[in-house]
Design a protein around this ligand. Structure first.
Ligand SMILES: [Zn+2]
Ligand SMILES: [Zn+2]
Length: 503
């Protein structure tokens, strides 16, 4: 959902940048535009209600396993979300809907109000999907609470609390920072010519937008901790234990926060690029359902992301992706633009290819990198819960016997790995995730547990894995520096040539 909301805002940014702001399929009458735009959320909502009803029937039917019902609901929801963003994309690029609210002609700062109105069918659709899913979620929650598992901390969730949670977690968390960026983009577009004239540099508007986006990204954690409902973790043995871990591992953060979800969410996260705006979040249900050692392991995993600088490397990776896609577009653009004229069809093709290339780069590349980083954070988490030698009871490559501890840097203690694996298993069982289910950013819990066990038994494997991640990071940096230099040379050369040809 986060990605789709980013995409919805990106549609508006692209639409604003397009030279001829003309819809793809000619001129629709205002009435048809209105029907297309307004009926989407209603239709999606109705489809979602039907799907939710069927999923509930499957859940309560004895003939079908609970997992099949969950899988059905999961897939239909995904499909409806894709339909939501696809439909919204059509409203933005295929109709004159955005032009109805081009308020920048009245006053540039007002354009953001117009943008919010243009976005409103997307928000309405997202809310309709949650409204439809609510009865299904209620049934799942009731079934969880009556199960043999002790996750019966879930009180019944009323509709207002359910919507509040989803709107905050899945919509506002992206919409607030993106609205700030969109606002800046609107102003920069309106005052771009003045900015270029004043700075005597054509790249000034783009750089200004980049600076605003970077600033928003940097301070986002301060907004996020308020958009989500959070509170500092109370003083006590657990907080002292986690603070001791921070000191031991050299991890600096502004605060450790409890992430409030009415007992719905089993999750932990770290946010913030630098210590003054860095927070570690542990959800209420996670704290209520796990042992202190397991919580420490999870906290250690988040610490691993910080100490291994994963966010920074993701940013460099994103920069490499941007360079690659820009280079591809530049190459294709030169091919399709015949001298003098620029056929609109070909420009659309280039844009289409760029979108597919971006999707592939992120879908495949980012997923692959993220799974490696998650494993590295797992190993870090396991090392954080390494017990003293006399408490290590498993055959272990760190604690050879009660008196011999081999501190080989990359080695992992078997007991630490087992504690970490138990935390992973607990997260899976509480979240109702099948152990073998993998996602875009995470390998399956089962494969992460197997990896930990194999690494604990074979120190060489741990060392080889850490070396692999080191090489990946160096590769990303080399690609970024080489690509950056190459594109700087290319654009300077191009600008000089254009300047010569106009003289
Ligand atoms: Zn992680
Ligand atoms: Zn050990």
């Amino acid at each position: 959902m986060h990605l789709l909301t980013i995409l919805a805002f990106a549609f508006l940014l692209w639409r604003g940048e397009m030279p001829a702001s003309r819809p793809i399929i000619g001129n629709l009458s205002p009435a048809s535009t209105l029907v297309i735009v307004l009926f989407q959320p209603i239709l999606l909502g109705l489809a979602a209600f039907a799907a939710s009803r069927r999923a509930r029937r499957l859940l309560t039917s004895r003939a079908v396993s609970c997992h099949r019902a969950q899988r059905f609901h999961h897939r239909v929801t995904l499909l409806l979300r894709v339909a939501l963003i696809g439909g919204f994309g059509f409203s933005v690029f295929g109709t004159s809907w955005p032009e109805w609210f081009a308020f920048e002609s009245i006053s540039p700062p007002l354009q953001i109000v117009g943008d919010c109105i243009v976005l409103s069918p997307y928000f309405a659709g997202a809310i309709a999907l949650w409204l439809a899913a609510y009865p299904y979620e209620q049934t799942i929650r009731r079934m969880d609470s009556s199960g043999p598992d002790d996750s019966s901390i879930n009180p019944p969730w009323n509709l207002a609390a359910y919507l509040d949670f989803n709107i905050r977690h899945h919509l506002l968390i992206v919409a607030v920072p993106m609205t700030l960026i969109l606002f800046a983009a609107d102003l920069i577009r309106s005052y771009g010519a003045t900015l270029t004239q004043w700075s005597r540099w054509r790249g000034a508007p783009d750089v200004a937008l980049g600076v605003v986006a970077a600033g928003v990204f940097l301070v986002a954690p301060i907004m996020m901790r308020r958009i989500w409902r959070t509170a500092p973790l109370e003083c006590g043995p657990l907080r002292s234990r986690l603070e001791a871990l921070c000191r031991r591992k050299g991890m600096r953060c502004r605060d450790i926060l409890v992430w409030k979800s009415d007992g719905y969410m089993i999750n932990a996260a770290v946010m913030g690029l630098v210590a003054p705006v860095r927070y570690v979040l542990l959800s209420d249900a996670l704290l209520a359902n796990m042992t202190p050692a397991q919580i420490e392991a999870v906290f250690g995993h988040e610490t691993g992301h910080v100490r291994h600088r994963h966010i920074q490397h993701f940013l460099v990776f994103a920069f490499v992706g941007w360079l690659l896609v820009t280079a591809l577009m530049e190459l294709l653009g030169q091919r399709v633009s015949a001298p003098g004229s620029r056929p609109i069809g070909s420009v659309w093709t280039v844009d289409g290819i760029a979108i597919v290339a971006t999707a592939l780069f992120w879908g495949l590349g980012f997923g692959w990198l993220s799974r490696r980083f998650e494993r590295q954070a797992d190993l870090f988490g396991a090392r954080c819960v390494t017990p003293p030698a006399h408490e290590c009871l498993l055959p272990c490559s760190v604690h050879i016997d009660e008196n011999t501890t081999l501190d080989g840097g990359d080695r992992v203690c078997a007991t630490g790995a087992a504690v970490f694996a138990s935390a992973l298993d607990r997260v899976a069982s509480l979240n109702g995730i099948p152990r073998e289910e993998r996602s875009w950013r995470h390998s399956s819990i089962a494969s992460r547990v197997r990896f930990l066990a194999s690494v604990a038994g074979d120190p060489q494997r741990a060392i080889r894995f850490e070396n692999l991640v080191r090489r990946i990071k160096v590769g990303i940096w080399l690609a970024a520096v080489a690509g950056g230099l190459l594109s700087a040379w290319y654009w300077t050369d191009l600008m000089q040539r254009t300047a010569q040809s106009t003289q």
